[in-house]
Design a protein around this ligand. Structure first.
Ligand SMILES: C[S@@+](CC[C@H](N)C(=O)[O-])C[C@H]1O[C@@H](n2cnc3c(N)ncnc32)[C@H](O)[C@@H]1O
Length: 214
């Protein structure tokens, strides 16, 4: 079992090598995420908010929000943001750490208890590889339902290292789902849900993003 699953997840929960599953230890997650971004987490997440084109007055959805770090960065630019995550521990932390402009649901990305076409922008960071592969198409379809026509989507996730040493390191530390994260399959899957792809690219230190329009 990878080190991250021991430290962050429920080691007695359903083991699934092909997704990161639920994270249940928010304080440890925050420590590890801060370390992984080498002090540049805020700058990276503000760049994601900028890439998503969030502007004042937008209603934003954050899928797999975890502790709500991106939710709060989006709220600073937008106004109202709703974060969803199936982990009650992560949502409890997010609620404590966030201002009233952020609301949260304990929910999977494929079943968000919100109205059709009720968001201007949807964002997600480091979360799709935590969703079981068989549920990702359903999740993108749910986001399509939730965005208004012309609404914008930004999915950012872990881009596995290409070199053998880096790849082995990620496997030992984080497990199969991160080591073999198929980010190149995201744009086709998002397009299959009905979105028009705008572009995709890499963001330092280890993110790959896809931007799309509903
Ligand atoms: C690595 S964390 C990322 C959290 C946050 N977005 C960030 O950038 O710090 C991945 C999150 O995805 C959540 N997750 C797992 N399965 C999910 C699902 N089916 N739908 C939405 N989120 C899910 C986990 O509970 C975890 O909080």
């Amino acid at each position: 079992m990878a080190l991250a699953r021991r430290l962050l997840g429920d080691p007695h929960g359903p083991a699934d090598d092909h997704s990161g599953g639920l994270i249940t230890a928010p304080k440890r997650y925050e420590l590890m995420a801060g370390a992984a971004f080498l002090g540049r987490r805020r700058a990276a997440y503000d760049r994601l908010v900028g890439l998503a084109g969030v502007v004042t007055g937008d209603r934003v959805l954050d899928i797999g929000c975890g502790t709500g770090y991106l939710t709060r960065r989006a709220a600073a630019a937008a106004g109202a943001v709703v974060g969803v995550d199936p982990s009650p521990n992560m949502i409890a932390y997010a609620r404590r750490a966030s201002p009233p402009s952020c609301a949260f649901h304990v929910a999977e990305g494929r079943r968000v208890p919100e109205e059709d076409e009720s968001f201007d922008v949807a964002v997600s960071s480091l979360a799709v590889h935590h969703i079981e592969p068989g549920q990702r198409a359903e999740t993108f379809a749910e986001v399509f339902r939730l965005l208004r026509p012309g609404g914008r989507l930004l999915i950012a996730d872990f881009r596995p290292p290409r070199g053998a040493i880096g790849s082995r390191f990620v496997g030992v530390m984080a497990g199969h789902a991160m080591r073999h994260n198929p980010v190149e399959q995201y744009a086709p899957a998002i397009a299959a849900a009905g979105f028009t792809i705008i572009d995709e690219g890499d963001l330092k230190p280890f993110l790959h993003y896809v931007r799309a329009r509903r």
